[in-house]
Design a protein around this ligand. Structure first.
Ligand code: MGD
Ligand code: MGD
Ligand code: SF4
Ligand code: MO
Length: 704
């Protein structure tokens, strides 16, 4: 039975409240309070005692019990009983599934022509916890000697940019945004995907702050800001450089901060002076006056001392020049000395604030010496279809997927699906549900949800550390990821003692002596000391110790080491075959592809939609509610048009990420996204995608 604690006496003797942590890939990492009655979780709420959560959850996770007790939960191991991808399965025992999987993996690993490098784990942030995320799985794949996965699908372009500029993923403390006088929300739909930050921004607004949103889409967040700058996708670096141009020409600069704490100012200054507002306005597709006003607002803080803050998010780094764009924006706070104030500066990710050594968890030392190949998860479509060869090594013959749904979320999904459909590929999927990816499995193994297992969470939107306790026993025959890899290790004959460690032991070894574990057990979270204004006196984590406008390391790669505007691969040029620039940000009631199968949330979203401006819709004779075909050379999918002023002319929004099986003809928006990578961080370019849209013929069968 799971250990439980009662944090307050309840009238019903059998009622308990268990502290947990939200597992999702969301900057807020909320502390959860689950009410359990008679062994059944009846309610999931935000913990009122955790200041960052403040008793509030988003709509999605407030429905967690609906997801946990969903009638379609996978509750036993399943073996494929129909053709690949057909989704036909038969229930089998754990013993049978484990023995068969171990046999397949063992055969591949022992085959000299293939070897363990032919086996690939594929996982992402279905759960952000260190224990169910990595730990036992890493130990297993290290011991096996499998290929490594380059985890790039979300944030690695921005991450690489932050590391080049600040030396680490460190930024403003989110709570101090409440004291800012100017907040620029840049490439973030905070109301949809960073709700708790938005609460601080609203507090600032009540105290007179100006909120400016920079986003091609008129999101619910943009609507609530005083100013919305709807630039073309992928043009943020041009805007940031023009902003610098204005700061320079009007001398709205903190010369002292620049002289003491930055590197490469003369070179950056010269670059910025090439970017007049007029030039940037043409590139960004926005009025010159908007750029000038933005500079006035931002530059005003130099004279007034009023703190100016930027909440940057990952939306703007999903294009070819995403890394350079983040670098350009990340230079701005140093120019005006915004870092001097705790309510000034910039936050993209704070995950580097408290670093823990996780080698005890993942045990890289278990890996025998020999070649190690790393496969980029963002190009999994191409990778699965690649033949063996001297440069690539053996083709991928076995895939173990957990905490991810690549057939729905990876770009260029017709190729991904073709790869997964390979008859000679052995695929195991650890899942809660029969996702699009699970449909292609040879074995599906039932995994526990966050309500059923232990975990430890660090965060990237605030700086606390959280513990997740199991609130209920595992449902059906579900097992935690750790237990699945523990038992697979047993079936493979791996006798190393580390495979016997239990989850609570793993939780402890994910942290170190800075964390009072008993406090974590008692309160569910621990707040470690963190500087209020991390770069007030420089102290950047770069090789020079300064904010590196110029990065010697980047200059050694390509480019000149300074941030620059890198145009999109696919700008969506008017008059071309694919004239519309498409972005596919998340639908508010889904979390990536998670929750698409939760009926109450899906019914809020309705059907897959593409938002299109009236001008573009009229030119194509498209009306709201009609079914359209969205296509380019890579593929096509059908969805419903929503003619809306949320879209600017020339830009369309295919809200994601629907399960393919809930979309028309079993497809989704990733049919049209491509596998080309960003300038930095080897990341995908989901929002750098040109398409054409046409009305489906009225007499054709309406697929929606
Ligand atoms: N409700 C909900 N919350 C989520 C998620 C979810 O799916 N649903 N996903 C989670 C995950 S994994 C992540 S990584 C984060 C993602 O959240 P964010 O980091 O905020 O990123 P996105 O949602 O991709 O995009 C944010 C905004 O950027 C805009 N955008 C697109 N292209 C550009 C551009 O070129 N320039 C600028 N300035 N803006 C652009 C989009 O229109 C969108 O409104 O959210 C997390 N939270
Ligand atoms: N077009 C387009 N595509 C995108 C994006 C976009 O904005 N547009 N966003 C991208 C981004 S930012 C990201 S982060 C990726 C996210 O892509 P993924 O990391 O694949 O995230 P999810 O789609 O949420 O799928 C996570 C899966 O993990 C499962 N899971 C959760 N917890 C556990 C567990 O404890 N054990 C096991 N075994 N399984 C578990 C869930 O049931 C779910 O099916 O998608 C990317 N794809
Ligand atoms: S998804 Fe984000 S906002 Fe929602 S409960 Fe989880 S951490 Fe909080
Ligand atoms: Mo993400």
């Amino acid at each position: 039975m799971p250990e439980t604690i009662t944090i307050h006496a309840d009238t019903a003797a059998s009622s308990q409240q268990i502290l947990g942590a939200c597992p999702h890939d969301c900057p807020d990492t909320c502390s959860l309070l689950t009410t359990v009655q008679g062994g059944v979780a009846v309610r999931v709420q935000g913990n009122p005692n955790h200041p960052q959560t403040d008793g509030v959850l988003c709509t999605k996770v407030a429905r967690y019990t609906e997801r946990t007790y969903h009638p379609e939960r996978i509750l036993t191991p399943l073996r494929r009983s129909g053709p690949k991808g057909s989704g036909q399965f038969t229930a089998v025992s754990w013993d049978e599934a484990l023995a068969s999987i171990a046999h397949h993996l063992g055969t591949i690993a022992a085959d000299p022509a293939r070897g363990p490098q032919a086996i690939l784990p594929y996982s992402y942030a279905g759960t952000m916890g260190w224990i169910q995320g990595e730990a036992m799985a890493d130990r297993f794949f290290n011991r096996l000697g499998a290929s490594l996965l380059d985890r790039t699908i979300c944030s690695s372009a921005g991450g690489a940019a932050l590391e080049a500029t600040f030396g680490a993923k460190v930024g403003m403390r989110v709570e101090f945004f409440a004291e800012s006088k100017l907040i620029i929300i840049w490439g973030s739909n905070a109301i949809g995907s960073n709700l708790h930050f938005w609460r601080y921004a609203q507090a600032a607004k009540r105290h007179g702050a100006k909120l400016i949103c920079i986003d091609p889409r008129k999101t619910e967040t943009a609507e609530k800001c005083q100013e919305h700058i709807a630039l073309r996708p992928g043009t943020d670096a041009a805007l940031a450089l023009a902003l610098m141009h204005q700061l320079i020409t009007h001398d709205w600069l903190d010369h002292d901060y620049i002289a003491q704490y930055t590197l490469g100012w003369d070179a950056l200054r010269a670059r910025a002076l090439e970017w007049s507002p007029g030039r940037a306005a043409l590139v960004c597709g926005i009025p010159v006056e908007q750029i000038e006003q933005l500079a006035r607002d931002y530059g005003a803080s130099v004279a007034s001392g009023a703190p100016a803050a930027i909440r940057l998010n990952y939306g703007m780094q999903r294009a070819r020049g995403g890394g350079n764009a983040v670098r350009a924006v990340a230079c701005l706070p140093a120019l005006i000395g915004a870092w001097r104030h705790r309510a000034g500066g910039l936050l993209l990710s704070a995950s580097g604030t408290h670093q823990f050594d996780h080698s005890a968890l993942g045990r890289p030392d278990l890996r025998k010496s020999g070649p190690v190949r790393t496969i980029n998860m963002s190009t999994i479509g191409d990778e699965l279809l690649r033949p063996a060869g001297p440069a690539f090594g053996p083709k991928i013959d076995a895939l173990l997927v957990y905490n991810s749904n690549p057939v729905a979320v990876a770009p260029d999904s017709s190729k991904v699906a073709r790869g997964f459909a390979r008859e000679d590929l052995f695929t195991v999927v650890l899942e809660h549900f029969q996702t699009d990816t699970a449909d292609y499995a040879d074995y599906i193994l039932p995994a526990t949800t966050q309500l059923e297992h232990w975990d430890v969470h660090t965060t990237y939107g605030h700086t606390d550390i959280l513990l997740n306790r199991p609130a209920i026993a595992a449902i059906g025959e579900a097992r935690a990821n750790t237990e699945i890899f523990r038992s697979l290790a047993g079936a493979m004959g791996f006798a190393d003692p580390c495979f016997a460690e239990d989850d609570l032991t793993l939780c402890r070894s994910a942290l170190d002596s800075r964390v009072d574990f008993s406090q974590l057990i008692d309160r569910g979270f621990v707040t470690l000391p963190a500087p209020e204004a991390p770069f007030a006196h420089g102290g950047f984590f770069t090789p020079s110790g300064k904010c590196e406008f110029f990065s010697g390391r980047l200059a050694g790669q390509d480019g000149d080491g300074l941030p620059d505007y890198v145009p999109n691969y696919e700008p969506g040029v008017a008059g071309s075959a694919y004239p519309l620039s498409m972005i596919s940000p998340p639908a508010r009631n889904f979390l990536n592809s998670t929750f698409v199968n939760v009926k109450s949330l899906r019914s809020i979203e309705g059907v897959p939609k593409v938002e299109i401006n009236a001008q573009d819709a009229d030119a194509r004779n498209i009306k709201s509610g009609e079914t359209v075909r969205v296509f380019n050379a890579r593929g096509q999918y059908h969805c419903q048009a929503e003619v809306s002023d949320r879209a600017r002319p020339g830009v369309v929004h295919g809200l994601g990420v629907w399960w393919r099986k809930y979309g028309a003809q079993g497809t989704n928006v990733n049919e049209v996204t491509g596998q080309r990578l960003t300038d930095m961080g080897r990341a995908p370019t989901f929002y750098d995608c040109a398409v054409q849209i046409e009305r489906c013929p009225p007499d054709g069968d309406n697929p929606l």
